[in-house]
Design a protein around this ligand. Structure first.
Ligand code: NAD
Length: 263
């Protein structure tokens, strides 16, 4: 039985946990061969690989390229090309957060977030495009955030980089518009992953409430649906954007945010 993306080679950054792992799972179900990436413990990586093999993905490789270092984006592309000889789908998913008022936001945190959330996607796109052009087919999907469209206090680097990623998406879409290559961005609201759990824990501590009360309070403030978004919904959207039905969708920015930005 053939699947919609049978044999396509997908590189998903930050795919050893959270949203990235779910994107990888959905792409595997659609028939992709996968290059995983992340900086988690060896056991988390092993779990992610066996999870994907169980989904039916025969070929799953892993690169531990740390995207906080500029030269590691080139290594990640080289690792993918060494393993598969091509790159059809690039999902720029790896992203980090730091919450602090701008007066106390350190240069180190700013630089790390800019490098991982924005500069790494720029470098990965630049270096993946020749491989996509060689096969005359490509899909680039950047996982931005609602914070690519609106701001929240104390998230200066995250908001700035996610707005930048939306701008990068549109520029790449224009530069590839006449080719069978598309570039789009997804802007999720709150998804309950490790990245979110640390914000819930901080809210619980500072507001003297339980973890679940803190989660509810965070949702009440921003996300009208009052439910977390399932990572699998983001994976499903990525899979759709890789399909032939989406060949004319490029430069688009999709919110999946329970009504957050409708307010
Ligand atoms: P997560 O913390 O659960 O997972 C992050 C992944 O990125 C992990 O696989 C980790 O190993 C990898 N990673 C972290 N630093 C890295 C580095 N230096 N080099 C390579 N890989 C690295 O995060 P998540 O919540 O799944 O977020 C994934 C993406 O979705 C991020 O870009 C995030 O900004 C975005 N996003 C998340 C939410 C949310 O509510 N969780 C909402 C909107 C957007």
């Amino acid at each position: 039985m053939t699947t919609p993306l049978d044999g396509k080679i997908a590189l998903v950054t930050g795919s050893t946990s959270g949203i990235g792992l779910e994107i990888a799972r959905q792409l595997a179900k659609a028939g992709c061969r996968l290059m995983l990436n992340g900086i988690d413990t060896p056991s988390m990586v092993e779990d992610a690989i066996s999870d994907l093999r169980a989904t039916g993905a025969d070929e799953v490789f892993f690169s531990d390229a740390d995207l906080s270092a500029p030269r590691q984006a080139a290594r990640l592309i080289a690792d993918t090309l060494d393993s598969f000889g091509a790159i059809d789908i690039l999902v720029n998913n790896a992203g980090v957060q730091h919450v602090a008022p701008i007066e106390t936001f350190t240069d180190e945190n700013w630089d790390r977030i800019v490098e991982i959330n924005l500069s790494a996607p720029f470098r990965l796109i630049r270096q993946a495009l020749p491989a996509m052009r060689a096969n005359a087919w490509g899909r680039i999907i950047n996982i931005a955030s609602v914070h690519g469209l609106v701001a929240s206090r104390h998230k200066s680097a995250y908001v700035a980089t996610k707005h930048g990623l939306v701008g990068l998406t549109k520029t790449v879409a224009l530069e590839t518009a006449a080719e069978p290559i598309t570039c789009n961005a997804l802007c999720p609201g709150f998804v309950r992953t490790a990245l979110m759990e640390s914000q819930i824990a901080t809210q619980a501590r500072t507001g003297s409430m339980s973890t679940e009360e803190a989660a509810e309070s965070i949702l009440r403030e921003k996300q009208p649906s009052r439910s977390f978004i399932a990572a699998s919904d983001i994976g499903a959207m990525v899979t759709f954007l890789c399909s032939e039905a989406s060949s004319q969708i490029t430069g688009s920015v999709f919110t999946i945010d329970g009504g957050w930005t409708a307010q």
